[in-house]
Design a protein around this ligand. Structure first.
Ligand SMILES: [Cu+2]
Length: 524
């Protein structure tokens, strides 16, 4: 990335980039001070110069334990969800930090879109970011031009072409773009999401909170234990920022220990209230940019009814849930005895330590509200893929090279590859004939990291992990592939859509550095 031009863009602080660099250490330390201490510090400096310290003390107001807020909801009308989406910089107050980040609509996460199978999503996207100031890199697989964007409907079974779910589109700053995505009538109902997918800047944009939920309505009809439960949309995130409260350089996201703290819907440790016995449906969206969360809710089961927007055949009553970037989990929580319980990420070894810390607090209080968990779930939407259906098999290998010292290296010392190659949008890597039903083996030869395989357009049914038969035969669109030669075997039907789309690692640092391939489904 060329740094030459970025000084002006950061010039809102009234000093040149050179001076910022010279004073970087001091300023960095300043920004790491707790708010109250910073306010006091600023007060001293400024009063000495006879300046009003301004309203910064105000920002020291409680930054945790506020009620959980959910993104604004936009719904379809007469079969169409017609909306606009502005991509722009915004100040965001997260966990007591005033950050200046890229956003949808100026909010911490984008609006929640609610629609039904058979309906059409029409978006006029306005790229209101400033112009890119960096030239294209020699190696296009590397991060660049963070102000270009596009739109991806993660998990949707829809056309990847034209102005539909086409992640090959490039939406440059200063212009408006139309997106039109038609869902088929038999689309699964559940929790989906949207985020930018422009290669070069998607990682920076997602890490900044550019993501929103898409709820395809209508699942579990006839199961009142679920449809009567209050719903909550939870956009999970790892909050990262530099000493200036921004993300303007890829080094801010890498190495993978860069996370400052965890958040839900742009709030650090918010409070969720429930009455004893009450059942709520939490729609967890794995919009964290990079790492797995190993989730636990103190003294409560996580009762999973759907993964990746696809209803399960039976509820899974879990004590902990390993939740990778890109994935979704719909869970029923039944509140226990009055008290306060931590919803948190526990330590986990994904090759490097997964981020840990509080996500939210569940406060159970008030009169009991007797509700029940469902005794059984309805028939799931997809038939199992049978041996007799399989028309072909292939293997896809994730690998990476890293410096000797591994995680201590600069990001440019690593490479992240699929089948030994870095991403090239002008090359077709997997060609699949329309109508094929295939069994794929995804291998991860990287010794240091688990990776997260994700493919667009068609979900898949996982049959084996590390050679072990999976009795629950889950349908997913994103799955963890264990390190050190680990593997996942799945089956998928390529029935409805031709066109070019992507498979990639959903740890966005890896995707951005080249761990992505093109898939072309063609008609004979
Ligand atoms: Cu990866």
């Amino acid at each position: 990335m060329a740094d030459s031009g970025t000084g002006n863009r950061r010039g809102n602080m009234g000093i040149s980039r050179r001076r910022m660099l010279n004073g970087g250490t001091a300023l960095g330390a300043y920004f790491l001070l707790p708010h109250a201490a910073r306010a006091q510090h600023q007060g001293h400096d400024h009063s000495a110069m006879g300046l009003d310290p301004g309203p910064i003390v105000q920002a020291a107001a409680a930054s945790m334990d506020q009620p959980l807020l959910e993104p604004e909801v936009r719904r379809s009308v007469d079969g169409v969800l017609n909306t606009t989406l502005s991509c722009r910089y915004a100040y965001k107050d997260i966990g007591g930090q005033r950050l200046y980040l890229r956003s949808y609509e100026g909010t911490s996460h984008g609006p929640t879109l609610r629609m039904k199978p058979g309906e059409t999503l029409k978006i006029r996207l306005s790229n209101d970011f400033p112009p890119n100031r960096d030239v294209l890199p020699q190696n296009m697989a590397l991060p660049h031009q963070f102000n270009n964007t596009n739109f991806h409907f993660h998990g949707a079974h829809c056309s990847p072409s034209g102005i539909a779910d086409n992640v090959m589109r490039s939406m440059a700053p200063g212009k408006k773009y139309d997106i039109e995505i038609a869902l088929p009538k038999d689309h699964t109902s559940g929790t989906y999401w949207y985020h930018p997918h422009h290669h070069g800047g998607a990682d920076v944009q997602i890490a900044s909170g550019m993501a929103g939920a898409i709820i395809v309505e209508g699942d579990f009809a006839g199961v009142p234990e679920i449809t009567n439960a209050k719903e909550r949309v939870m956009m999970m995130s790892q909050v990262v920022f530099d000493a200036f409260g921004m993300i303007e350089n890829f080094s801010t996201l890498f190495p993978e220990t860069a996370t400052r703290f965890l958040a839900i819907n742009g709030q650090r440790r918010p409070t969720i209230t429930m009455r004893p016995g009450e059942v709520q449906r939490w729609r967890l969206v794995g919009s964290q940019y990079q790492d797995d969360f190993f989730l636990e809710l103190e003294k409560h089961n996580l009762n999973v009814i759907a993964f990746d927007g696809i209803p399960l055949r039976s509820m899974q009553e879990l004590k902990t849930l390993l939740f990778a970037p890109g994935q979704r989990a719909d869970i029923l929580i039944q509140a226990g005895a009055p008290g306060t319980y931590e919803f948190r990420a526990l330590p986990y070894d994904q090759g490097h330590p997964s981020p840990v810390g509080p996500l939210a607090r569940l406060v159970v209080s008030g009169d009991p509200l007797p509700m029940k968990l469902p005794a059984a779930l309805p028939k799931p939407p997809f038939e199992d893929v049978k041996d007799s259906e399989i028309t072909g098999r292939r293997t896809v290998t994730f690998s990476a090279t890293s410096p000797e010292a591994d995680a201590a290296g600069h990001w440019q010392e690593f490479s992240f590859l699929v089948d030994g190659k870095s991403f090239n949008p002008n090359r077709i890597d997997q060609r699949v004939k329309l109508g094929a039903v295939e069994e794929w083996t995804i291998v991860n030869t990287h010794v240091h990291d688990d990776h997260v395989f994700h493919i667009h357009t068609n979900p898949f049914q996982v049959t084996q992990v590390n050679g072990q038969r999976q009795p629950d035969l889950l349908w997913r669109d994103s799955v963890i592939v264990p390190r050190k030669g680990g593997s996942v075997v799945f089956r998928s039907r390529f029935l409805d859509y031709t066109g070019i789309y992507m498979l990639h690692c959903h740890m966005m640092n890896h995707e951005e550095m080249g761990m992505m391939q093109t898939v072309e489904v063609y008609k004979d």
